[in-house]
Ligand binder design. Structure first.
Ligand code: NAD
Length: 516
């Protein structure tokens, strides 16, 4: 089929920018066809060392150039990203097997975070006065210093948007970045990086390395000043331990087993139509994707019928235009995992309401969007992240039961509530143990709200990306407090004796006026 493989010369042009000095390569497979997409040059640990050293030098000038310069460069990159969107979507689809629509969402999100941090970095990180310990006698300010070189480790599933959601705030705050891209997502990272280089980001300031997760990932963690990781809980735990051993900070964006609650006051057909997208976007290979649905009995039959009907109508296939609704899984390991979860569930008594099978007729890694019911805790897919197009529908009697089930997970990344009453849903949101709660949406309401923090509770992560929190993690707060000279602080016993009474009176007065 034409268009399912990438022009080799484009892949070579893009990978020329990788920090990889040796001759080792690894084949990257095109999900739509199973053909070799390109041979990826592999970095070594010493490439990471070299890249970090060069990034350190570049960072000094970048920091000194100031917020206004960085804002202008990033805003120019925003325009270049949009101008290059068709090519970016081609590369994204070639590497991940996702649909044109979901590739478009990545570019949209990438441009949004670029604009957001370009415009907001200066105000978030400007030096601010804080309350001094003793009013008038002392004055206190907090300023922010970039961390230096930020290590960013990214997965393959949303290689463009998840990368920019961490790289751009790090750059906007005045840091350099050494990014370890997943082998399957390196082209998308490098293609989007080109817009930033053309806009004025120095090449050495944002280095990209690829290769073995352990070897290259460890080298990044061992040499940077802060690390943000997006990936599985198992790997994230190792990365967090390694960072902690060096006493550097880290943020961990990890896995989820995200629940969606359908309350009895919904229009079940409308709710079903809206809920479907949140389960099958990028074939469910999305950290915030929904894998568990808890529906109240009163609307369960109507909701399930409408949901299954909608899922059965989804158009699946390899297409480099907007003609499909769902695409392919990305890797053979993903196909194996999804197949194993569905086979295990069926063997243990689950019912397949629709889907449940691979679609080799469409391509080697296609799997049908699948809806299960009668899923019990004995099944692998009940509590473990499938990270695929498989959702289980459970019927519950009350909203409280739905919340208890939703919270009965070691994860706490994303969640969703569908209700006819937004105020009822908001009240219920307060009882959910997850970093994000979407109302009458599956994940896009929170995921696109990049002014608000995103992250996980429990085993879904540590720290937050996006918003003020997303940029403050890349800076060290530094407190500068000074004596105004109005009064000398007591130093001797005699001076304390003279001032103790005044100071107690001051404390009482401060409390009376409720001063912080
Ligand atoms: P993964 O943990 O296998 O790999 C993620 C990245 O870490 C890759 O670049 C990989 O090469 C690298 N890596 C592997 N071993 C490493 C090590 N020892 N040290 C440092 N880096 C190492 O995850 P994956 O399979 O690529 O991604 C899927 C997982 O990511 C899912 O669990 C998904 O939920 C999660 N995810 C979370 C978010 C989020 O924002 N919370 C977003 C996307 C994906």
């Amino acid at each position: 089929m034409p268009g399912t493989t990438l022009d080799r010369s484009l892949a070579e042009e893009l990978t020329a920018a990788l920090s990889a000095s040796g001759s080792a390569t690894a084949p990257v497979i095109a999900p739509f066809t199973g053909d070799v997409l390109h041979e990826l040059p592999l970095s070594s640990a010493s490439d990471v060392l070299d890249a970090t050293a060069a990034a350190r030098v570049a960072q000094r000038a970048w920091r000194a150039a100031g917020f206004a310069h960085r804002r202008d460069v990033l805003l120019k990159a925003h325009d270049l990203l949009l101008a290059d969107r068709e090519r970016l979507m081609d590369v994204l689809q070639s590497e991940t097997g996702k649909t044109r629509g979901q590739a478009f969402e990545e570019v949209f999100q990438g441009a949004t975070v670029t604009r957001y941090y370009a415009v907001s970095a200066a105000s978030v990180l400007r030096t601010r006065r804080r309350r001094a310990g003793i009013p008038l006698v002392l004055q206190t300010r907090v300023s922010y210093k970039p961390k230096g070189v930020v290590g960013v480790i990214t997965p393959w599933n949303y290689p463009l948007s998840l990368s920019l959601m961490d790289v751009i705030p790090a750059l906007a705050a005045g840091n350099a970045v050494v990014q370890k891209a997943d082998n399957q997502g390196a082209l998308s990272v490098l293609a989007s990086r080109q817009a930033f280089i053309a806009a004025g980001v120095p090449e050495a300031l944002w280095a990209v390395v690829a290769g073995d997760g352990n070897e290259i990932g460890n080298a990044v963690v061992d040499n940077c000043d802060y690390v943000c990781f997006t990936g599985s809980t198992a790997t994230g735990t190792k990365v967090a331990e390694r960072a902690a051993a060096r006493l550097i900070g880290s943020s961990m964006e990890l896995g989820g087993k995200n629940p969606l609650i359908v309350l009895d006051d919904v229009d079940p057909v409308k709710a079903a139509a809206n809920a479907v997208y949140s389960c099958y976007s990028s074939m469910g290979q999305l950290c915030v994707s929904i894998e568990r649905i808890y529906v109240q009995r009163a609307v369960a039959d109507a909701f399930t019928k409408a949901f299954v009907a909608r899922v059965s109508e989804l158009v699946q296939g390899p297409a480099f235009d907007f003609s499909t609704d769902v695409g392919s899984l990305t890797t053979a390991a993903q196909l194996e995992r999804v197949t194993a979860h569905v086979d295990d569930a069926v063997a243990l008594g689950a019912t397949v309401l629709t889907g449940g099978k691979a679609r080799p007729d469409l391509g080697p890694l296609f799997f049908e969007p699948t809806v299960l019911t009668d899923v019990t805790d004995a099944m692998a897919c009940a509590k473990n992240e499938t990270f695929g197009p498989v959702v289980a529908i459970h019927v519950v009697d009350t909203a409280e039961e739905a919340v208890a089930e939703a919270n009965a997970s070691e994860f706490g990344l994303n969640s969703s509530i569908f209700s006819g009453s937004r105020s009822r849903a908001r009240a219920l949101a307060d009882t959910i143990d997850a970093g994000s709660v979407n109302i009458n949406e599956g994940y896009r309401a929170t995921f696109s709200s990049i002014d608000a923090p995103m992250g996980g509770m429990k085993k879904s992560g540590l720290g937050r990306r996006n918003g003020r929190e997303g940029i403050l993690r890349f800076a060290e707060g530094r407190t500068v407090a000074e004596s105004t000279g109005l009064l000398t602080l007591p130093r001797t016993g005699k001076e304390f004796a003279a001032m103790a009474g005044i100071m107690v009176t001051l404390l009482v007065a401060l409390k009376t006026i409720r001063r912080r």
